[in-house]
Design a protein around this ligand. Structure first.
Ligand SMILES: Cc1cc2nc3c(=O)[nH]c(=O)nc-3n(C[C@H](O)[C@H](O)[C@H](O)COP(=O)(O)O)c2cc1C
Length: 304
C-alpha cells in the first residue's frame, strides 16, 4: 500500500501527529511519503498512490488557507482516490468538525473520496498556554490513538466525524479568519529586545517577513500560523490585535516533575473530559481485542 500525506503545521503539533502516522503505516508494511504544503516543489504524482491523507491544524474552525490553496492546485484525478483527514486543535469542541467541509468539497471535485477523518487535541499555540501536564497527556493520547486509527484506515473501516447542524454556513462565516489573518498580519511588530537573528524571516511559511535596512516588514500574506511569534527565542514579535492571546516557546511534551498551577482548568472542562474518556475507551477496546487474538492471528497481522 502506497500512501501520501500532504500537511501543514504552523508550530509543530500537526507535524508530530503526521510523523506518527507515517511511522505507524510504515510499521504496518506501507510505503509512505509526506509532503509539507509550504514547500513549492510538489513533485509527487498523486495517482501513483493507493490513498492520500491531508493533515492540518484547525484555524478558526477551518482548515488554514495554505492547505485549501494547495488542494485547489492539485489536478483532477483520472480515478477515485481514498482520502483520510487528520486534524489537530487546541480544544475538543465538536465545532472543530466543520473545519474540513471546504477541503473535502475542493478534493471531491478532484475525485478524492473521504473515507476516514480523525481529530487529535494538541496544545494551543494561541489563546493560552496549556500546562505541560496537559500537553503531555494530549500527546501521549494521540500517540496511542494514531496506530489504531491507521489500522482502521488500512482495514477499510470508514470513520467520519459527527456532522454539525448548519456546519457549512458556520464554516463559511468563520473563514473570515483567512482575510482577518492577512489584515492582522500587517500589524505585527518587532520589539526592541529583538536580536535580529532573522529566524522569523527564514521560517515564515509564506515568506511574509522581510528584513531590509535593519527593519522588519510584515506583508499581506500572513496565515496566522503563529510560527514566527511562537518560536521567537526573544519573544520579540507582537501579533497585532491578538497580542494578549500570544503563546511563546515550544512545548516539551515531557511529564512535568511537579504539578503546575492550571489557570484555565475550567476552560472547556467537559469537552476535554469527554475527549479523553472516548480516547481511553478506544485504546482499551483495542488492547482487549489484541489480547484476544490467537497467537497465529498475532503473527499474521505482523507479517501482512
Ligand atoms: C489562528 C489560529 C486559530 C485557531 N483556531 C482554533 C480553533 O478554531 N479551534 C481549536 O480547537 N484550536 C484552534 N487553534 C489552535 C490550533 O489548532 C492547535 O494549537 C494546533 O494543534 C496547532 O497545530 P500546529 O502546531 O501544527 O500549527 C488555532 C490556532 C491558530 C494559530
Amino acid at each position: 500500500m502506497k500512501i501520501l500525506i500532504c500537511y501543514f503545521s504552523g508550530t509543530g503539533n500537526t507535524k508530530k501527529v503526521v510523523d506518527k502516522y507515517a511511522q505507524s503505516f510504515k510499521e504496518k508494511g506501507c510505503l509512505v511519503d509526506t509532503f509539507r504544503v509550504e514547500n513549492p516543489d510538489f513533485t509527487y504524482n498523486v495517482e501513483d498512490y493507493d490513498m492520500v491523507g491531508f493533515g492540518y491544524p484547525v484555524h478558526a474552525f477551518n482548515a488554514p488557507a495554505i492547505i485549501l490553496n494547495f488542494a485547489k492546485r492539485l489536478p483532477k484525478l483520472a480515478k477515485t482516490m481514498p482520502l483520510f483527514i487528520v486534524k489537530t486543535s487546541g480544544e475538543p469542541l465538536k465545532l472543530n468538525n466543520i473545519s474540513s467541509i471546504k477541503l473535502v468539497e475542493i478534493l471531491k471535485k478532484k475525485n478524492f473520496v473521504l473515507k476516514n477523518e480523525y481529530h487529535y487535541c494538541m496544545p494551543y499555540n494561541i489563546i493560552f498556554r496549556h500546562t505541560d501536564s496537559m500537553a503531555y497527556k494530549m500527546w501521549e493520547t494521540a500517540k496511542k490513538l494514531v496506530p489504531i486509527d491507521c489500522q482502521e484506515i488500512l482495514d477499510g473501516k470508514e470513520s467520519k466525524l459527527e456532522k454539525v447542524f448548519m456546519g457549512k454556513p458556520l464554516a463559511y462565516l468563520f473563514r473570515v479568519e483567512h482575510w482577518g489573518g492577512r489584515f492582522n498580519g500587517k500589524r505585527y511588530k518587532v520589539r526592541d529586545n529583538c536580536v535580529h537573528c532573522n529566524a522569523c524571516v527564514k521560517i515564515c511559511p509564506t515568506h511574509n517577513i522581510k528584513y531590509e535596512n535593519g527593519e522588519f516588514h510584515f506583508g499581506k500574506n500572513c496565515i496566522m500560523c503563529m510560527r514566527c511569534a511562537f518560536l521567537c527565542q526573544q519573544n520579540a514579535i507582537k501579533i497585532g490585535l491578538f497580542e494578549k492571546w500570544k503563546v511563546n516557546g515550544p512545548y516539551n511534551f515531557q511529564k512535568p516533575e511537579k504539578e503546575e498551577v492550571d489557570n484555565h482548568k475550567k476552560y472547556c472542562k467537559k469537552s476535554y473530559q469527554k475527549y479523553f474518556e472516548k480516547a481511553e475507551k478506544k485504546i482499551r477496546e483495542n488492547e482487549k481485542m489484541e489480547s484476544n487474538e490467537t497467537p497465529n492471528e498475532k503473527i499474521d497481522s505482523k507479517i501482512e
